[in-house]
Design a protein around this ligand. Structure first.
Ligand code: 5GP
Ligand code: ZN
Length: 119
């Protein structure tokens, strides 16, 4: 998927727009958080910017406030979800990174012990 596509072509832009339903466990001016449809841990949430950015490969310095807000949103959600034993934040980028949806997103995974390194 190209990085500069219209939001009508992007799954996560459709979720931001409300055209595809998602349970918004978090929302602020920059981003939303909602459960992953195919959870890989007892807690598996996605945190995405409202603005379309395809991946970290397309991130620029001007996106820094937005990128920072994704990380602090993840931290806030993790506290709200009581992930006191820890959790993992993952950002997949491109084919080798295992990215399947070309709208930048953080995975917040918790509720079980995570192995390192991932496969
Ligand atoms: P990626 O593989 O790009 O890092 O992560 C994309 C994630 O989006 C996957 O974990 C996948 O399960 C999730 N996903 C794909 N389609 C939908 C959807 O329509 N709704 C939700 N909530 N998650 C989705
Ligand atoms: Zn998008």
């Amino acid at each position: 998927t190209p990085s500069n596509i219209a939001s009508s072509e992007c799954l996560f832009c459709k979720i931001v727009a409300g055209d595809i339903p998602a349970n918004r466990v978090y929302e602020d001016q920059f981003c939303i958080g909602f459960p992953d449809i195919n959870p890989q841990a007892p807690t598996h949430l996605l945190i995405i910017p409202k603005q379309h950015i395809a991946s970290t490969a397309k991130a620029e310095a001007e996106h820094s406030p937005l990128l920072g807000s994704l990380m602090s949103a993840a931290a806030e959600i993790a506290r709200k979800e009581k992930l006191h034993k820890g959790y993992r934040i993952v950002v997949n980028t491109g084919d080798d990174g295992g990215q399947t949806v070309n709208h930048l997103h953080l995975h917040l995974l918790g509720g079980r012990h995570m192995k390192w390194p991932p496969g």
